[in-house]
Design a protein around this ligand. Structure first.
Ligand code: SAH
Ligand code: SF4
Ligand code: F3S
Length: 437
């Protein structure tokens, strides 16, 4: 094994990219590679990139600039994913020392490209080649498997680069997904997360058409399954049938990631989100009525072109009205080629930052309250593994999405993958601490 070629892989962006990286790693292991943690020691250095905000790209630019004077003869540098897809040939021109650039949906040709690059041939390809229904080799670790159930996105939110980098919506065949999930379960991955940019739109492009609820019902009985999750949902496609399905299937997480983006109708319209504040609030009401205890997670963008103080206050009030269980807040970042990039980016950076901090502050204060109210209550958690911040504790997740830490010495026999009822003993605004019930 010691003379096996070494690969270093760093992943940016969403869970879809993480899943793609696992596929890349599985293919490279089949080709004889071993993974290393130090890029300087690697024969092959891979960045699987994100283009959703400039910040994500700036980090990769920094990594690539760093190789200019450091790359060893024979070392291969590869850039995969959304930033590669967005920049296309320009990436090769800007970074002549990059040997491989592959856009999205190219994983199957990675091993061939690596072989060619090691023989001195540069490979830059951006026309998707992967068959979405091909089975993906699994390289899961621990108890989690992230399984893409669809690729791409057919929405055209005006700020968003994803439809450009990931292409149109293509749902994968339910039987293929079922086989992949069964293989992951047989391998010990008891928590399965189904991935899609608009996962709740799953199946509408299939022949015959299918739905996410059908897929959940198909996968739920598979032996060994403990928890079944799905992300991300677009508010437009969450119908009552899906909500009832989540309530009826006991292993399906009572958790919806339904990004609101803004609370202002004027801004939602300019974002081309296809829903209004009122229909969003109606969805929240339906979700909470049909699924008792459902946890709601949202994304927000602040500083979208033309966002006035009043628009921002509408977002603040949406956040206060709903009381989300979690929220990601992003400062608007213009993406070249998207419709919003033609609008003037007129909210000053300092105002974006202030609005961003304000929403984060509100959210954390709300989480503090929610978490305090959970003290002395019992939650059933699925133990995921040692806590990254404190390995003397296990980290687990509730049937919703709450992170709970439990000191390992209280449960010496416990293992990742176990379900465990815990009583919450202490809380911060981010995590909960518990002991076995
Ligand atoms: N498919 C998912 C999320 C895609 S990107 C969905 O539709 O909800 C993840 C998040 O990044 C988005 O929800 C949005 O909040 C944020 N985002 C996307 N484009 C952005 C941009 N140009 N600037 C800032 N944030 C952005
Ligand atoms: Fe982007 Fe909108 Fe598609 Fe989500 S639904 S990936 S935000 S275009
Ligand atoms: Fe980023 Fe591409 Fe995901 S742009 S958020 S890695 S789909």
């Amino acid at each position: 094994m010691d003379d096996a070629p070494r690969v270093f892989l760093e992943t940016f962006g969403c869970q879809m990219n993480r899943a793609d990286s696992q596929t890349a790693m599985a293919l490279l292991k089949e080709a004889g590679y071993q993974a290393v943690d130090d890029p300087l020691q690697a024969d092959l250095v891979i960045y699987n990139t994100c283009a959703v905000r400039d910040h994500a790209e700036a980090r990769v630019r920094g990594r690539l600039d760093g190789w200019k004077n450091r790359k060893r003869p024979g070392q291969v540098i590869a850039v995969l994913g959304c930033m590669a897809q967005r920049l296309g040939q320009d990436l090769g021109d800007t970074y002549p020392w990059v040997d491989i650039a592959l856009g999205s949906d190219h994983m199957a040709c990675l091993p061939g490209a690596v072989e060619a690059a090691r023989a001195g041939e540069r490979r830059l390809c951006f026309d998707a080649t992967d068959d979405p229904d091909a089975e993906r080799p699994a390289h899961h670790e621990g108890i989690n498997a992230w399984i893409p159930v669809m690729r791409g996105c057919d929405h055209r939110c005006s700020y968003c680069i994803v439809p450009t980098t990931r292409g149109p919506e293509r749902s994968r065949d339910p039987q293929t997904i079922q086989r992949e999930v069964a293989a992951a379960l047989a391998n010990g991955q008891v928590q399965i997360t189904l991935l899609g940019q608009t996962v709740d739109a799953y199946g509408r492009d299939l022949q015959p058409p299918s739905r996410l609820a059908d897929l959940l019902r198909l996968l739920h009985p598979l032996p060994g399954l403990r928890r079944l999750r799905f992300v991300t949902s677009h508010p437009q496609h969450v119908d009552d049938d899906l909500l009832h399905c989540v309530r009826e299937l006991p292993k399906v997480a009572r958790h919806l990631h339904i990004p609101a983006q803004s609370g202002s109708d004027r801004i939602l319209e300019r974002m081309a989100r296809n829903y209004s504040r009122a229909t969003y609030l109606d969805l929240v009401e339906r979700a909470r009525r049909i699924i008792p205890g459902v946890e709601l997670l949202s994304d927000f963008i602040v500083g979208f072109p033309g966002e006035s103080d009043d628009d921002f206050q509408a977002t603040v009030s949406l956040m206060e009205t709903v009381g989300f269980d979690g929220a990601f807040v992003f400062m608007y970042s213009p993406r070249p080629g998207t419709p919003a990039a033609d609008l003037e980016d007129d909210v000053p950076a300092a105002v974006k930052r202030r609005r961003c901090n304000h929403l984060i502050g509100l959210q954390l204060a709300h989480q503090q309250e929610l978490h305090q109210a959970l003290i002395d209550q019992t939650l059933e958690i699925l133990i995921e593994g040692p806590s990254s911040g404190n390995p003397s504790r296990w980290q687990g997740r509730s049937l919703g999405n709450r992170l709970v830490m439990v000191p390992r010495d209280l449960i010496p026999a416990a293992q990742p993958g176990d379900l465990l009822p815990v009583v919450i003993t202490a809380a911060t605004n981010l995590t909960l601490l518990g002991r076995p019930a």
